[in-house]
Design a protein around this ligand. Structure first.
Ligand code: HEC
Ligand code: HEC
Ligand code: HEC
Length: 439
């Protein structure tokens, strides 16, 4: 399991609102523990439905520590004020949720309050999970309570003052949590609503793909799905501001979500890899199409390139970029040709290793910041969305900062035809340092 460091900045917002917390003091009662001598029994079908919902919500991605038991918790989420540890959501009575009734579970998912009545930090995406229907919550509960109970004494979350005052979250919730199941938009199709339910609810796509305000809550309106930050990576805009030179159509989105790769775009790497691997790739065709239907509705209705023209447009973008690599007149072109082309040519020859993503079509090259490209070149792709995609080697020890700057400047200006990234050298240096201990 990949180790995740979700630096969610909402914590800064808590500082601002913690003062208000006194005013908005609200307390929640403990919910009676379950009678654990008489555990409830659930049908195999219900448990299987619940497992799929748990996958949709990436529960195991966050609730499993590196090399730990699935859902036994303990993953460290580092924020500037300390470390939040995910909890054990297996049915162990002592250290997990074994004595949680359905009511207690539902309150946690809908309102972000644990069985005893404590506020949970919004690193747990309950602002999205709240949209889950009662029926789905029941299935999810059935699955969680049917797992093998694992005793796991996880480290206790300990943030510095005032973030350690959990009650401060009540004021933040008042501003940014709209508790309650998803309400269908009657102006939209059933398929669109199904996609909205999955994306806005358990899928919590906007937790990463939407920028945050000063209080570190997700922005709304035109900023929804307008691109955000996740573990030091950029989660590209999925709305009309998509950086992709082609834009996305439904079929490409479905393919990307199913396999982690779309030839007209690229791969799901970094923090998106586990989202595809554990969450999206196991969904039904109908649900992936519903998500795609919902997502494309946020793009330019005219689309960047019409369906019938997409093959030619992609070939043209590749042609203009790749045909000018030679003669190797710049240092960047020489590095690209020597270090990258063997796996990233678009000449149609045999594929050396997994897939052969086109660099010219990759959204990351068209982003206003170079961070994802730097991550990829420094650290490669070590935890792919699927083994079939292959692994990309890390170049951290093969290239110095100056060479990486020359390579990325070349790709940005010559392949993507975009203005130079400001502060590129500084970012390469920083990201090299930040990712040193994990690589
Ligand atoms: C982005 C990471 C993330 C994801 C995804 C996630 N959780 Fe959590 N969850 C957390 C964190 C962090 C906490 C602890 C919050 C705290 O200590 O205040 C938590 C706490 C909980 C709690 C409270 C448990 C307790 O003992 O207090 C429950 C229940 C829970 N999560 C269920 C789920 C379920 C079910 C899913 C999948 C549908 C899920 N979580 C997905 C991060 C996540
Ligand atoms: C944990 C953070 C996170 C979550 C949650 C998340 N994404 Fe992503 N997503 C990313 C990152 C980071 C990238 C960039 C990956 C890369 O370039 O390899 C990305 C890339 C993508 C892309 C490709 C965009 C492009 O132009 O290349 C699509 C499509 C996408 N995500 C869809 C989704 C959907 C749908 C969901 C919800 C089901 C979702 N994402 C949830 C972080 C996330
Ligand atoms: C040994 C083959 C190999 C070499 C050499 C290689 N790559 Fe890759 N690269 C891959 C594979 C395979 C993937 C897809 C990995 C995955 O997601 O599983 C990939 C993915 C990528 C992506 C897409 C990442 C994303 O998130 O969309 C970029 C950009 C990239 N490589 C750039 C480069 C650059 C620049 C170089 C040269 C410094 C390079 N690669 C060298 C095999 C290679």
């Amino acid at each position: 399991m990949m180790r995740l460091k979700r630096v969610l900045g909402w914590c800064v917002g808590i500082v601002v609102v913690v003062g208000a917390a006194g005013l908005w003091y609200s307390s929640h009662p403990e919910i009676e523990p379950l009678n654990v001598k008489n555990p409830a029994k659930f049908s195999e079908k219900q448990i299987a439905r619940g497992k799929l919902l748990a996958d949709t919500g990436d529960c195991a991605v966050c609730h499993t520590s590196k090399d730990g038991v699935t859902n036994a918790g303990g993953l460290a989420i580092e924020i500037p004020f300390g470390t939040i540890y995910t909890t054990n959501i297996t049915p162990d009575v002592e250290t997990g949720i074994g004595d949680w009734s359905f009511e207690a579970f539902k309150r946690a998912m809908r309102e972000g309050i644990d069985r005893k009545g404590n506020y949970l930090y919004p690193a747990f995406p309950y602002t999205a999970f709240t949209k889950t229907t009662d029926a789905d919550l029941e299935d999810l509960y059935a699955y969680l309570m049917s797992q093998t109970a694992v005793k796991s004494d996880n480290p206790v979350t300990d943030l510095s003052f005032p973030f350690n005052i959990r009650r401060g979250i009540s004021a933040w919730n008042l501003l940014f949590l709209s508790p309650g199941a998803y309400q269908p938009d009657t102006a939209q199709s059933e398929e669109w609503n199904r996609g909205a339910y999955l994306v806005e609810g358990l899928g919590h796509c906007s937790a990463c793909h939407t920028p945050r305000n000063l209080m570190f809550a997700e922005k709304t309106g035109d900023d929804y799905l307008g691109g955000g930050v996740a573990e030091g990576w950029i989660a590209p805009a999925l709305n009309r501001n998509t950086p992709s030179p082609m834009g996305w159509n439904k079929d490409e989105l479905v393919e990307y979500m199913r396999t982690g790769f779309s030839a007209n775009h690229g791969v799901a790497a970094g923090p998106m890899a586990p989202v595809v691997k554990e969450g999206l790739s196991v969904q039904s065709d109908a649900d992936l199409m519903a998500i795609a239907t919902y997502l494309v509705s946020f793009q330019d209705p005219k689309g960047k390139v019409a369906d019938g023209d997409r093959a030619k447009a992609a070939a043209d973008i590749n042609q203009q970029a790749y045909s000018r690599v030679e003669p190797l007149t710049t240092q960047g072109a020489r590095i690209f040709s020597g270090a990258c082309m063997a796996c990233h040519n678009q000449s149609g020859g045999p594929v050396l290793n997994g897939v052969n993503p086109s660099i010219a079509l990759n959204s990351n090259l068209y982003e206003s910041v170079p961070d994802n490209m730097i991550h990829i070149v420094l650290n490669g792709v070590q935890s792919p969305a699927s083994d079939k995609l292959g692994y990309m080697p890390a170049f951290r020890y093969n290239m110095n900062d100056q060479q990486i700057v020359a390579l990325l400047s070349y790709l940005r200006e010559d392949f993507a035809k975009q203005p130079a990234w400001p502060g590129l050298a500084e970012r390469v240096k920083q990201i090299r340092l930040e990712t040193e201990k994990d690589n």
